[in-house]
Ligand binder design. Structure first.
Ligand code: FE2
Ligand code: FE2
Length: 288
């Protein structure tokens, strides 16, 4: 066996090993002190966003494995093992945050301990988006065709990771990093965890985009398929952006929908324009 060290998947695999991090190393003590300054509405909004992130990470951990079964190249398989492991770590980070920050703060306020799995955090658009993702990923096990692979990458890597999650990091980071909204308490452990997660997601999105670009370049799929697939999913992404006041603290729903739309345009352009390169891992996850 001779591994191709120059292959994108192998380089992403190595990058993942070199940038390994442990969700249990992040200090959350400062966050626990800071959330005491959030009023009940703001704490509710934070919980809703964290619950959606956590459930999303858990769903993508479970739903990636069909790709590990169908991919042929060993370099791709090496990469996918790192992705499954990283999605598992992301799931654990949000679970730990709920336990050590959210539940601890609820106890301090004399409130009942909530769970991130309660139905009240999710809406129909969110559930539909992840149900569809699970279905198109599982379909690869029975019917592994170029078109079905393209649809799977469009759902998983491009829409959920490349647009939805990216918009979520943007909203959370802008809200709680202390720079844009100095009146909102700084959640430094959350920001540190999100920064690590974003670094991982840059590789995941880069992998999916590169696979889509290959499929388009080889004429195995038409760019119209990518456009229609993502256009059908975008309303579900928009429905997932938390409902709240336009002029409350933090980025408004309109700003977040605008951000998601802009990300969508950039990703499509990078895939469908032959002369455009897939951006570096850092660029793929930069907030601005
Ligand atoms: Fe993730
Ligand atoms: Fe990911």
């Amino acid at each position: 066996m001779q591994l191709d060290h120059a292959a994108r998947s192998f380089r992403y695999y190595r990058n993942a090993v070199e940038r390994h991090w442990d969700p249990h190393d992040i200090d959350l003590a400062g966050d626990l002190a800071a959330v005491a300054d959030l009023d009940d509405d703001a704490l509710f909004g934070l919980k809703q966003t964290l619950a959606r992130f956590g459930a999303g990470e858990q769903a993508v951990t479970e739903d990636l494995t069909p790709l590990a079964v169908v991919l042929d190249d060993v370099e791709d398989q090496l990469f996918v093992t790192t992705q499954v492991y990283e999605e598992a770590k992301h799931t654990v980070f949000f679970d730990r945050y709920w336990d050590e920050v959210i539940n601890a703060e609820e106890e301090r306020r004399g409130q009942e301990r909530s769970s991130p799995t309660e139905d009240r955090w999710f809406n129909e658009g969110y559930l539909e988006l992840f149900d569809r993702n699970e279905a198109v990923m599982n379909r690869l096990l029975d019917d592994d065709t170029p078109v079905n692979r393209a649809v799977a990458y469009c759902h998983y890597h491009l829409t959920i990771e490349g647009i939805l999650a990216q918009t979520g990091y943007y909203g959370l980071t802008r809200s709680y990093d202390g720079e844009t909204y100095p009146e909102i308490p700084v959640l430094s452990g959350l920001i540190e965890g999100l920064t690590k997660i974003r670094g991982d997601e840059g590789r995941h999105v880069g992998f999916g985009m590169a696979k889509l670009k290959e499929l388009v370049a080889s004429d195995a799929v038409d760019t119209d398929l990518l456009r229609t697939t993502i256009d059908e999913l975008l309303p579900l992404v928009q429905a997932t952006i938390p409902e709240r006041d336009e002029d409350g603290p933090g980025p408004s729903p309109t700003e977040l929908v605008g951000y998601a739309t802009e990300k969508h345009g950039q990703r499509m352009n990078q895939i469908t324009t032959g002369s455009e390169d897939i951006p570096s891992v850092e660029e793929l996850t930069s907030i601005d």
